[in-house]
Design a protein around this ligand. Structure first.
Ligand SMILES: [Zn+2]
Ligand SMILES: [Zn+2]
Length: 345
């Protein structure tokens, strides 16, 4: 059991909501990969079963779909809370995507309301989502030795006047002068942050995502692209399914009221399931777009909130730190043209 694994998260380590309890005072098991694979099996079997139960009656549908997010989180904490890194949410997301696509091809397409061009568009959207996800998973851009040397500081942070250990290390700020990681003990580039889940400093760290990867300078654009493509494909796919299942209703009301849907209730339930997930990711996408528009990362927003140095804007949807923003246009130009390679920073 290592002391590293017992420490609570560093102050410089804002974490996303679904990982906040992973760091409780426990050690990691050596067999965690095998454990994780075994623990995933019941979850992956239960999901289609629950969706079928939900499709039996609309009241069952309301109960199951309302309880499903809580049930998933409960199962995750019951089986995975000892782990720092987990593939649980990524596996569940990919499985859900594959299952929805399978139902689309086997249940909706044969009904005749959807043409080959529309199926092709949904398939292209699925492939683009997966390609964007793979690009995102290539890595966030860790602060490596070459980058430290490029900045002329090497790894001698222990002897640097700005490197502080002990209680002072927790009071790190975002300024370049004191941007020394208290864990890696290196001086790092501006806007870099330490992720305890990955155990390393990440350039322009945004957050550690549930896809089991950090989002940083090298993959932030791919992450945003994944969200955009998924949300567009999902909304389009849901609209096709609703138009096929409930042609007599207006698209906006079909999800809430469709009298003749009982024979295809599983597809209708899956529309609701997909809509709930898409709504969550749409909220994340909106939050990302606003953060980029104000040139603030999620990590910086969390730090600014904690240190009370940021201003809440747009009804609390974004925290403006005022440190890096150069106007909407310039902020987006900076985001779209920022270098991916660490050596070019
Ligand atoms: Zn670090
Ligand atoms: Zn990470």
């Amino acid at each position: 059991m290592k002391w590293e694994k017992l420490k609570p998260p560093e102050p410089d380590d804002p974490i996303c909501c679904c990982e906040c309890d992973v760091y409780q005072y426990r050690c990691c098991c050596d067999c965690e990969d095998l454990d994780e694979a075994l623990h995933m099996v019941p979850a992956l079997l239960l999901l289609p079963l629950l969706l079928r139960v939900a499709s039996l009656h609309y009241l069952l549908g309301i109960v199951v779909l309302t309880a499903l997010p809580g049930l998933v989180l409960w199962y995750y904490y019951a089986t995975h809370r000892r782990k720092r890194r987990t593939l649980f949410f990524l596996a569940l997301a990919l499985y859900s995507l594959a299952y929805m696509y399978y139902l689309f091809l086997t249940e909706v397409w044969p009904r005749g309301g959807v043409g080959p061009l529309q199926v092709g568009a949904v398939t292209t959207g699925m492939i683009l989502t997966l390609v964007s996800l793979v690009l995102t998973k290539r890595g966030p851009g860790f602060v490596d030795a070459s980058l430290r040397e490029a900045h002329g500081h090497g790894t001698g942070a222990a002897g640097d006047a700005t490197c502080q250990s002990g209680p002072a290390a927790g009071k790190e700020t975002l300024t370049e002068k004191r941007s020394v990681c208290p864990v890696c003990r290196i001086r790092r580039p501006p806007r870099a942050g330490h992720c305890r889940t990955c155990g390393s400093c990440v350039q322009r760290l945004d957050h550690h995502c549930v896809i089991n990867s950090c989002v940083g300078q090298a993959n932030h654009r791919s992450f945003l692209q994944t969200l955009c493509v998924f949300v567009l494909t999902s909304v389009y796919g849901i609209s096709l399914v609703l138009r096929s299942l409930c042609p007599q209703q207006h698209l906006m009301t079909a999800l809430f009221y469709c009298p003749g849907v009982y024979s295809t209730a599983l597809c209708f339930t899956c529309c609701w399931y997909s809509s709930i997930i898409t709504a969550g990711l749409l909220h994340l996408l909106l939050s990302q777009v606003l953060n980029i528009s104000f040139n603030v990362t999620e990590r910086e927003a969390q730090l600014a909130l904690r240190n009370k140095t940021g201003r809440s804007r747009l009804w609390g949807l974004v925290v403006d730190t005022g440190e890096h923003s150069r106007g909407l246009y310039q902020n987006w130009v900076e985001f779209l043209t920022m270098a991916e390679a660490s050596a070019s920073l």
